[in-house]
Design a protein around this ligand. Structure first.
Ligand code: BGP
Length: 461
């Protein structure tokens, strides 16, 4: 009983949210590097190029680029079995379309990976996590098929370079965000639905080719997809609410359907036909999609949603309903631990492949006490309750779960708002929303708690 012996406990970050050093050692500009800071009620702006005098949170972030040894040592102290991080595409191919890679970028990840392995930590690498090269916008980014080849070239370089040292890969972070946040997800400037569907098609194809390539280079490689965990309940048992909720879930799960099953589901084909959207399918593409099914499904889980007959299905995050049974964080995210077990069952019932929770956590403002401690009992409570439900899914429902990496084991820049004060870490980083601070690291109370969780393989919560 309990979690499997080799369960991958750990934490997850993204390069653009922690590395900083945005223009160091030959790195090019990524989609995140031109996004300003915002807040819960002030959206981040996209400036497309660097404007003097504006503060961009990714430029220094928490300076993990220069602190990675210290940070990984702290993860090791907590007993991490796995560290999920992303390779910043623009460190390897600064503009995305070069013929050959930037050696300094490759070297950085050599060291990062070696550092993980030194402590017996399995690297889990996201190949593209909100870091599309701005240099690709001249082609229309992912709306253009050229991006498939650029991406596969990038994959080829990193799969070969880190062959044997890295076994677990994820292609696109939260691939289902491409329609609601096309710039963040894919540096796509086009705003129309047809372009988004074409960009998604190209990402599916790129991912499927990457899966095949990874297997060819090393049959030990396992490649997963990454779903941005949208799970919603019907507002009432009114069949109209139920049907609208189904449509909402299909809008999101469509991405998993394609990547886990290897073909487009009928409901999506019919919708595209009704809207007169033609996918640019070339000979051999459909076979590639089938051959490039993912080995496992990873996803983020933070909250659940409610959807009903009055929901317009345009914006993923606005359904117009609140769940009266659930509390919310200051960033209006519901806290729904049972929803995690529900989501695990829903996804496993639908795909029957191994699952991996690669993000979960509570973003909160923390207080650093004068003695260097941080008392984050709210975070411990949130994580404990989610792990309890995850355990039930494994023990009682028999879900094959590969691991659990909490989001932001060390405080980092929020993707949604660009703030530092929306903190998720077990480790506090002294830097504020304007990028000011000592960048010193401090262990929070949750640090010691998670250490105990891992050493007891989830028995001591
Ligand atoms: C997911 C992203 C992460 C991360 C997380 C928390 O959507 O994959 O990059 O940031 O959400 O969101 P936020 O940073 O907006 O609190």
């Amino acid at each position: 009983m309990g979690f499997p012996e080799k369960f991958l406990w750990g934490g997850a970050t993204a390069a653009n949210q922690c590395e900083g050093a945005y223009n160091v050692d030959g790195k090019g500009l990524s989609s995140s590097d031109v996004m300003t800071a915002g807040s819960v009620d002030r959206p981040r702006q996209i400036t497309k190029e660097i404007v003097e005098g504006i503060y961009y949170p990714s430029h220094n972030a928490i300076d993990h680029y220069h602190h990675y040894k210290e940070d990984i040592a702290l993860f090791a102290e907590m007993g991490f079995k796995c560290y999920r991080f992303s390779i910043n595409w623009t460190r390897i191919f600064p503009n995305g379309d070069e013929e050959s890679p930037n050696e300094k970028g490759l070297k950085f990840y050599d060291s990062l990976i070696d550092e993980c392995r030194k402590y017996g930590m399995e690297p889990l690498i996201t190949i593209s996590h909100y870091e599309t090269p701005v240099g690709l916008t001249k082609y229309g980014s992912w709306v253009n098929r050229k991006c498939v080849d650029f991406f596969v070239r990038y994959c080829d370089v990193i799969f070969r370079r880190y062959n044997g040292k890295v076994k677990y890969w994820l292609t696109f972070n939260e691939i289902n965000c491409i329609d609601s946040t096309p710039w963040t997800a894919a540096a796509v400037e086009a705003e129309d639905y047809a372009s988004h569907m074409i960009a998604a098609y190209h990402q599916f194809l790129a991912s499927a080719k990457a899966v095949q390539l990874a297997h060819k280079i090393n049959p030990e490689n396992q490649v997963g997809m990454m779903y941005g965990g949208i799970f919603s309940y019907p507002n009432t048992c009114d069949p109209d609410d139920v049907m609208q909720n189904m449509a909402y879930m299909q809008k999101e799960l469509f991405y998993c359907d394609v990547q886990c099953r290897g073909y487009y589901p009928n409901y999506k084909l019919k919708e595209l036909e009704r809207k007169n959207i033609k996918l640019p399918v070339h000979e051999g593409d459909l076979e590639d999609l089938r051959k490039g099914k993912v080995d496992f499904l990873s996803y983020s889980y933070y909250f659940s949603m409610v959807c009903g007959k009055n929901t317009e299905l345009k914006d993923t995050f606005k359904t117009g309903y609140k769940n009266p049974y659930l509390p919310q964080t200051p960033w209006n995210w519901t806290v729904d631990p049972k929803g995690l077990r529900y989501s695990l069952n829903l996804l496993y019932d639908r795909y029957q492949i191994p699952l991996f929770i690669v993000e979960n956590g509570m973003g909160m403002p923390d207080t650093l006490e004068e003695d260097g401690t941080v008392h984050d009992d709210y975070r411990i409570d949130y994580l404990r309750r989610h792990i309890v439900e995850m355990k039930k899914a494994v023990e009682l429902d028999g879900i094959p779960l590969m691991g659990y990496t909490t989001w932001g084991p060390i405080d980092l820049v929020s993707a949604g708002t660009g703030e530092m004060k929306k903190r998720y870490g077990f480790i506090y980083v002294d830097v504020d929303d304007e990028g000011k601070g000592s960048f010193k690291r401090y262990r929070k109370d949750s640090f010691y708690w998670y250490q105990k969780v891992i050493s007891s393989n989830g028995e001591e919560l």
